[in-house]
Design a binder for this molecule. Structure first.
Ligand SMILES: [Fe+2]
Length: 323
């Protein structure tokens, strides 16, 4: 693993937390549709708290938000057990950060359509390839790579991480691939199938679209990569070899980010893949607990061909979209 330091932005918590606290006193939880409607307005004067990461690095950590560990209560054993009241101020603070950058959104088929997801280790999922896993390495991937509507930015807020488990991150712009490999991987050869977090989409009978692994975005090379859900055996030997070289390069440039409570990791989901090192879940109420928010940047373009994809019938919930 490479030891490049992750850029850090210090954040003064006062304005953000007082704004979130005021919203919670009116709307109670981050799931209140009225709060969501007011979100763009509530974030409008907060300034540039959470800008997109610099293109060359593709990520940074926001540091300085307070976490009241005792007030959180126990880490829930499953996302569906999380109490929206306990973490309401943090949830709303995450949404405000997201709204200063772009539009927070969710998915119909994930965590009941919530905009703020709880990432906790869950019994029975230890060996899976989702955020609920623990004892296996969560392989590097773009978030929701199977879908053309995937996030441009992903925010991972840390409430608790007692064993300092590292989130891994690797920027495709740090890799050293030759032009022939980039050309090979820019052809739409393989599909990316929905991951295990999407039961309904996984049952889709729709023909999987073949998508490019790499493309050139306005800010540089971009990728759409999720090897755990990519049927590599369907590609020819040349493509498989180039895909393998990309995977090894991402491994070479990978960094580990050990989030502490109060940190928010901001990842450019077009430029950086993320994963997680293995760890032993405790299941005693003190486990690692992250909050995740997906963000859409309205002005960022992706390859036009993505617009024709069906997304396996999985629809985003995008309540801040202009109507
Ligand atoms: Fe992920």
């Amino acid at each position: 693993m490479c030891s490049n330091p992750t850029p850090v932005r210090e954040i003064g918590p006062d304005t953000l937390i007082s704004r979130a606290t005021a919203l919670v006193s009116t709307y109670e939880t981050a799931s209140n549709p009225e709060l969501i409607q007011h979100l763009p307005e509530a974030a409008a004067d907060l300034g540039d708290l959470c800008p997109p990461p610099a293109p060359a690095t593709g990520l940074y950590v926001l540091r300085g938000l307070p976490v009241d560990d005792a007030g959180l209560g126990a880490t829930p054993p499953h996302w569906s057990d999380a109490s929206p009241e306990r973490t309401a101020v943090w949830d709303v603070a995450m949404l405000l950060l997201a709204a200063t950058a772009g539009r927070p959104f969710g998915w119909e088929g994930q965590q009941d359509g919530r905009l703020v997801h709880d990432i906790v280790p869950s019994r029975g999922h230890e060996h899976g390839q989702t955020g609920a896993s623990s004892t296996v390495t969560l392989a590097a991937h773009n978030e929701d790579a199977f879908h053309h509507g995937r996030a441009h930015l992903m925010l991972l807020g840390c409430l608790r991480n007692p064993d300092r488990v590292a989130t891994s991150a690797a920027a495709v712009r740090h890799t050293d691939l030759d032009g022939a490999d980039i050309e090979t991987l820019s052809a739409p050869v393989l599909p990316i199938l929905p991951d295990d977090a999407y039961d309904e989409a996984r049952g889709s009978a729709l023909e999987p679209p073949r998508v490019p692994t790499l493309w050139q975005g306005e800010d540089g090379l971009c990728l759409r990569f999720d090897p755990a859900y990519t049927p590599l055996e369907q590609a020819g030997p040349g493509y498989r070899a180039a895909y393998g070289r990309l995977g090894r390069e991402l491994e070479r440039v990978r960094t580990g980010v050990r989030l502490d409570p109060g940190d928010v990791l901001v990842i450019d989901n077009d430029a950086v893949v993320h994963g997680r090192e293995p760890f032993r879940a405790r299941y005693d109420g003190t486990d690692r607990w992250l909050k995740r928010v997906n963000v859409r940047l309205p002005d960022r373009a992706r390859p036009p061909a993505e617009a024709t994809e069906h997304g396996y019938g999985q629809r985003p919930i995008d309540p801040c979209q202009e109507r």
